[in-house]
Unconditional design. Sequence first.
Length: 255
Amino acid sequence: MGRTVRYLLLLAFAAFFLLPLVALLDFSITDPRTGERTGTAWASLVEDPTLTEAIRTSLTLAVLTVVGMVVLLVPTMVWVRLRIPRATRLVEFLCLLPLTIPALVIVVGLSNVYAWVDYLVGDSPLTLTFIYVVLVLPYAYRSVDVALSAIDSTTLSEAARSLGAGWTTVIIRVIVPNIWPGVLGAAFISIALVLGEYTVASLLNFDTLPVVLVLLQKSDAPASMAAALASILFAALLLVGLSLLDRRRPTSGRT
């Protein structure tokens, strides 16, 4: 009886999540004028130069945001936990602060700063990386913090230091391998946020994938739905890939 209930619940959850995706797929391959099935909307994902450029921009932003988040957040959290644990609350407050500030307020506050960014770096949508790194900090912090709390980082670092390892070696070769699931989780959250962020990019007049999808929906709804479904499937495949990557890592270096 219990197994039957579990199967029924799994089927219910599968239907709840899959039926909207099936409806989205059906709409994207249906010609709104004739009702015929066609793959024109999906072909436009690689044929429409505006859409392909937006996809390329968003994927590049996702990679740059993940790199910036990892480089900025992980060493800082490890260093604070090992050397100045009293500052943990301050770092947590600073990382969670963007969660309490609306994106509209952040854009208005950074508009003057971005005038200098445009002057020094250029008017490129890739400059959104600076804002996106800030926006993902609350979510990435929680993921990395949970992973750090699950290990005895102090003992590991002291053991490594007693064997002559420097702080860079301690962080990269001792601590990071033990918190790798948390880092992967933070990376996935960052990619999902970048691929779905609309407000900041729209207000700063950059053509990222969400902005182009909204504009495309007004002129070619099936192509917009096809791109949206492709984004969802890409995020799902990425999550599966990250899970497999973590499972295939050697466990000899973990504690």
